[in-house]
Write a protein that binds this ligand. Structure first.
Ligand SMILES: [Zn+2]
Length: 451
């Protein structure tokens, strides 16, 4: 169980009310709303009453841990911890309240610790669709230093990215742990890699074992799913949906509770897909990934209908939604409109390698980004960049604006990620389009790391 713990606030109603309504501070309200949506349950950490269920009716009171001395705080923390039993706890509370962590086996402090402005900003950011940057089989740049060459992970060259998606196919034993990617991770099974096989590459038990080895607390882990391709007939479609569902059923029962399980929906027929989603929700999934759409981003009508109808199921209870493999900024307005929680994409890699494209910020372009072809243009005709990847590569004689080596391509891929993040951050709102040949997935072939 994932349980949120929200610190009580000073500002309260002046009459008796359920705890969830009693506290009136903005920070409390944001934290409570966040915990409601993201965890299996939540409690209030009250200086006076200890652990309080949000529905408990309380009279207004005046007490804060900030007025207590350290041994009183310690006693308070021990008492609160004794009423908690073995979940994974997410502390959304100030410094004094965080003392509680000393008595918890599994805890997380997801919110910045200092500054009310920073905390409010964090909640505001979480309400937006979260981008998961994809890490594939090559996740480092070779950097020459003092005659030696070292492999530096690409996340060292990317600023302000906290969420990463990778696949069990790409995790080499050890690498993920010896130099762990910072932040929050999403691990999938790499369904694309075994799309032509009868069954998924790994059994449910094998997946669980690998997640136990590689995932951190709070990371998202995917039930082993099987892709339905566009050319599959109804028989294969039904078989694969049934297989994904039966795996999902085992997976949610057996997965390690400190991770967040997600199941992927598939299907060429949208009715079947929605029926599949309902079954997954009945099994207890609270995070659903829309899969098998990466190669169809150009078929806007299909993808948008899948998103819309999946989101409509929230009428019966909130759950989170991830779109696998579509990250073009032209989709952001759609994600925001329907309240899609997260998405990922690796088109920056495909652009850099297969497309030989170098991204550049362009507020006038429909996608917020202009793509320069390094194949057709001279380096002088392409703007020079000072992002950490371009600077590092240039120093060792690899200009990311030129073709010619794997290193330059890789440097350009990281550069493209930086430009993408910049375009996303700059708040460029490209207009949603009708079907276009320039949608990702169409122009660069099908995304091979996604389901
Ligand atoms: Zn750059």
């Amino acid at each position: 169980m994932h349980i949120g713990l929200v610190g009580c606030g000073k500002k309260k109603l002046n009459y008796t009310a359920p705890a969830r309504e009693l506290y009136q501070g903005e920070l409390f309200k944001k934290a409570a709303a966040y915990c409601d949506r993201n965890y299996d349950g939540w409690y209030i950490l009250s200086a006076k009453h200890g652990l309080v269920h949000p529905d408990t009716v309380l009279e207004p009171y005046d007490a804060t841990l900030n007025d207590m001395n350290q041994s009183e705080v310690d006693l308070w923390a021990q008492e609160v911890a004794s009423s908690l039993n073995g979940g994974t706890y997410y502390i959304h509370a100030g410094k004094q309240y965080q003392h509680l962590k000393n008595y918890l086996a599994d805890y997380n402090i997801p919110v910045p610790t200092v500054g009310i402005g920073k905390k409010l900003q964090w909640y505001k950011e979480q309400e937006k669709p979260q981008f998961y940057c994809v890490l594939s089989n090559r996740d480092f740049l070779k950097v020459k230093k003092d005659g030696h060459e070292t492999k530096v992970p690409i996340w060292r060259f990317i600023d302000g990215q906290e969420n990463w998606l990778t696949s069990l196919v790409y995790i080499k034993p050890g690498a993920w742990q010896t130099d762990p990617v910072p932040g929050h991770r999403f691990l999938d099974c790499g369904a694309w890699s075994y799309k032509n096989d009868e069954v998924p590459k790994w059994s449910v038990d094998e997946c669980i074992e690998m997640y136990n080895q590689y995932a951190n607390m709070g990371d998202i882990i995917t039930s082993p799913d099987h892709l339905v391709m566009r050319n599959h007939d109804a028989t294969i479609e039904n078989e694969r949906i049934a297989l994904s569902l039966s795996n999902a059923h085992k997976f949610i029962k057996k997965h390690t509770k400190q991770f967040v399980p997600i199941a992927v929906t598939h299907g060429n027929d949208i009715d079947k897909r929605i029926a599949m989603t309902k079954q997954l929700l009945d099994m207890g999934y609270r995070y659903i990934a829309i899969g098998g759409v990466a190669g169809r981003a150009g078929n806007r009508k299909f993808v948008q209908e899948v998103i819309e109808r999946t989101c409509n199921l929230r009428e019966h209870g909130y759950f989170k939604i991830h779109v696998l493999g579509i990250s073009a900024l032209s989709w952001l307005p759609v994600y925001e409109e329907y309240g899609v929680n997260s998405y990922d994409g690796s088109s920056m890699f495909f652009s850099a390698f297969t497309g030989a494209s170098y991204y550049w910020l362009d507020p006038n372009h429909i996608s917020g980004i202009t793509k320069y072809s390094v194949k057709d243009l001279n380096a002088e005709d392409i703007p020079i960049c000072h992002c950490p990847a371009c600077v590092t590569m240039r120093k060792q004689g690899d200009d990311t604006r030129t073709m010619g080596s794997n290193e330059r391509n890789m440097g350009r891929a990281v550069h493209n990620i930086n430009v993408y993040l910049q375009a996303k951050k700059s708040g460029i709102k490209p207009k949603p389009r009708q079907v276009s040949l320039f949608d990702e997935g169409v122009s660069y072939g099908i995304n091979n790391s996604q389901t």
